[in-house]
Write a protein that binds this ligand. Structure first.
Ligand SMILES: [Zn+2]
Length: 132
């Protein structure tokens, strides 16, 4: 496993094209390449959410799917941080869009995500040791 530092969020109006996961308008997640394969940015897992979020806001189902996916990724890479494509130095872009709730999601990822991950891990452990 390469060392992953960031999960970078994109919208489909982005000119980058090598993503690891896509979330369509219905909130369906698909895997586009292995996490071990390099995407557009080094040491990053790229997620593209379908839509032009300079124009519209993402659907609630897309954000739900995104939070679920982020939680799974966080279970594999404990120290990974969440960012938007526009935060990559040197990339002049508004991606993942001016109307994408990036700050809200980053705050959630910094606080609640860890708690939710811990709860999910605990649940797995509990399930494993539950008597038949
Ligand atoms: Zn992008």
């Amino acid at each position: 496993m390469p060392r992953m530092k960031f999960v970078l969020l994109h919208h489909s109006a982005c000119e980058a094209s090598a993503f690891h996961y896509a979330i369509d308008r219905e909130g369906e997640v698909s895997s586009l390449r292995a996490e071990s394969e390099r995407g557009t940015h080094a040491k990053s897992i790229g997620i593209v959410v379908e839509g032009d979020f300079d124009q519209v806001t993402p659907m609630p189902s897309q954000l739900d799917a995104l939070r679920e996916l982020l939680m799974q990724i966080k279970m594999r890479y404990a120290d990974i941080r969440l960012g938007g494509h526009r935060q990559v130095r040197g990339d002049a872009t508004t991606c993942p869009g001016k109307r994408f709730p990036l700050k809200h999601l980053a705050d959630w990822a910094a606080c609640s995500l860890v708690d939710e991950r811990d709860a999910a891990v605990q649940e797995q452990i509990d399930r494993q040791y539950r008597p038949e």
